[in-house]
Design a protein around this ligand. Sequence first.
Ligand code: NAP
Length: 368
Amino acid sequence: MARIVVLGASGATGRLVTRALLERGFDVVAAGPSPSRVGEALGDAAGATEIVEVDLTEPAAVVAAVARGAAVVSAVGPFDALGRTVVDAAIDAGVAYLDTAGEQPFVAWARDARAERARAAGVSVVPGVGAAGLPGDLLAALAGEHASGPCEVHVAYAFPDGLWRSASAGTRRSLAAVLGAPVLARIDGRLEEERLGEQRRLAWFPRPVGPRHAAAVPGLEALTVPDHLPAATVVRTYLSMSTPASELLQAVGNLARWPPAGERLRAALTPAERTRTRVAGDRARWACVAEVADDHVVGRAWAHGRDPYALTAAAVTAGVERIVAGEVPPGVHGPAALGPAGDVLDRIGATTDLRWGRATSERPTRGR
Ligand SMILES: NC(=O)c1ccc[n+]([C@@H]2O[C@H](COP(=O)([O-])OP(=O)(O)OC[C@H]3O[C@@H](n4cnc5c(N)ncnc54)[C@H](OP(=O)(O)O)[C@@H]3O)[C@@H](O)[C@H]2O)c1
C-alpha cells in the first residue's frame, strides 16, 4: 500500500486521519513538531506508524518529510500562516496533496497562486477536504445536476450542538485567524467582497435538524463550485444561527475590519498554544444542504451525521484513495474533483454515520 505523510498527527484531526488511513491499510508517516506528543496522541496506533519530527516553520524539513510519501495530508492550521510551505513542498517534490483547511483566504491563495505550478509539475492538490468544505462542494454537484444554464447556489451548514462549543482548539485558532478577512461570495459570476453575516436565508436542512435561519460566512464553495457548475451566477455559504446571533456576528465582523479591534478580537478568541478543547468521543451533530436553482427547477441535496472530525478523517481517507490511484488530475481542485459526488459520499458513509439524499422540485413561477 502507498505511504502517506500526515502532518499534524498529534492534533485532534491528524490523529483521526492517521488512524483512518491505517485502518484502510496505508503505511503512515506521522509527523509533528514533537515525536513524543505524536506518540502519545496516537496511543496504541503509534506502533504501526513511523513517527518523524517536522516543524512547518522549517521549510527544508518539510520538503524532506513530504518527499517520503506518495501523498501528504496537512492537518496543521491556521493554514494561512503555516500551510503554504506544505503546498510548495508537495509541488516541488511531485507528491499529491490534500488538507483539512476551512479557511477561505488560504484556499483562494492555493487556487490563484499555485494552480499553474501544480499543473506544470503534474501534481494534484486538493485543499478543503473537511467537514466545512467537502459536503457543500459535493452536495452542490448533486443538487446542480439538472442545471444547464445560469443558476444560483446556496450552501448552508448547521452544527446544532454549537460550532464553537464542539470545535477543537485548532478549529478555534483558524476561525479566529479569518475574523476580519474579506468575505468572498460569487455574485454575477465574479468573486465579490461581502460583509460577514449580512446576507440571510432560511435553509432547508434535512430532518432531524429541519429548516433554520442562516447567515452568510466565508465558505470554500464560492471558490470551488464553479469548477463543476461554471454557469453559477451566485454562490454563497451560510451557517445556521438565530437572528440575534446573526446580528452579533455582523457587528463583530464589522468591528474586526478595523485593524486595532480585529487584532484584539483575534487574540481574545485564539486558544493558548497546545490547548486541547475537543473531548474524545464528542459526537456533535452536523448537517449541510445545497440548493441549486435555475429558471425552472430547484435541486436540493443534503447530508447529515455526527462528529465533524470523524467526517473529516473519513473524507481525507476517501480522498487519499482517489488521489494515489491517479484519479485526480494535476492542478488545484475542490473536493468534487475526488470523484462522482454520490460515490465519494457513499464511501464516507461506509465508515461514518453520514447519510445523504436529494430531490428536485419545480421552481414557483414568480408573479402568478
Ligand atoms: N474544514 C473542516 O471542517 C476542518 C475539520 C477539522 C480540522 N480543520 C482544520 O484543521 C486544522 C487542525 O485542526 P485540529 O483540530 O487538528 O488542531 P489541533 O488539535 O490544534 O492540532 C494541530 C496540529 O498541528 C501541529 N502543529 C502546530 N504547529 C505546528 C508547526 N509549527 N509545525 C508542525 N506542526 C504543527 C500540532 O502539533 P503539537 O500537538 O505538537 O502542538 C498538532 O498536531 C485547523 O486549521 C482546523 O480548522 C478543518
